[in-house]
Design a protein around this ligand. Structure first.
Ligand SMILES: [Zn+2]
Length: 242
């Protein structure tokens, strides 16, 4: 399974078996892009045997390794599972040395307070889909979640002009959504473009905004059309004018 982002292709791989493990493994890559909140798919802790205590996100939206860096530095086993830190009904630690007063002690107090109510049970860890109003996972819901994150722009109302050819309507529709194949857009789609600058304008990236506002060629054409129609053409950002 793969998701095509704006700039990258994310391969869904997992060392663990099962569709949920694959989905959650892939979410790590998506979280790294800040596209989807980490708690969209949440771990439901059971025996803690397949969850890394420090590096997996199993409580809140951040791994303990980054939330409690002083403690993580003191941990003797960075790959410890949650079950490794649970002994006879209570949390147990294995530090490189005694925890010192100050930042280390504060972090330990915070960590202990955070997990004190957790009890491991004799049941495998599981996963829950955590989108408001949708408790069961579906590809459709996940795609909507990704689209909202990757394409947060306001939906534009489509209005067709019957006085101009269909291809002009389609062109404007694509222009308003920044979906014309400018060099910048092709590059963002992953095509190997040697140079994304405008061939006419030095030091300008060939984006849609440039092509339809500040590009020398566009301004010359606009001037010719203005002279021909005797209408003053005000040039600005195409998204705000068309
Ligand atoms: Zn240009």
């Amino acid at each position: 399974m793969a998701v095509h982002g704006r700039k990258c292709l994310m391969n869904f791989k997992s060392k663990n078996s099962g569709i949920w493990a694959s989905i959650c493994s892939s979410l790590k890559e998506i979280h790294a892009l800040s596209s989807v909140p980490a708690n969209v798919i949440a771990r439901r802790l059971g025996n803690g045997e397949s969850t890394h205590f420090w590096t997996d996100i199993w409580m809140g939206n951040e791994a303990f390794s980054s939330r409690f860096p002083r403690l993580y530095a003191m941990e003797t086993n960075k790959q410890a599972l949650v079950s490794n830190r649970w002994n006879n009904g209570e949390w147990s630690w294995l530090w490189r040395r005694n925890i010192r007063d100050g930042a280390e002690a504060t972090q330990l107090a915070n960590l202990t307070s955070l997990i004190q109510s957790i009890q491991l049970i004799d049941k495998a860890n599981s996963w829950t889909w955590n989108v408001p109003g949708n408790t069961s996972f579906s590809v459709h819901q996940f795609r909507l979640c990704l689209e909202r994150a990757l394409f947060p722009c306001e939906p534009l109302k489509t209005s067709w002009n019957s006085l101009v050819p269909k291809k002009v309507n389609i062109f404007v529709w694509r222009l308003l959504r920044d979906r014309l194949p400018s060099r910048l857009n092709l590059n963002l789609k992953g095509l190997d473009i040697d140079d994304i600058s405008c061939p006419l304008c030095p030091y300008q990236v060939e984006s849609i905004q440039h092509l339809f506002s500040s590009c020398m060629l566009f301004n010359e054409l606009a001037q010719i059309i203005s002279n021909w129609t005797r209408i003053d053409i005000v040039i600005a950002n195409p998204k705000s004018t068309l």
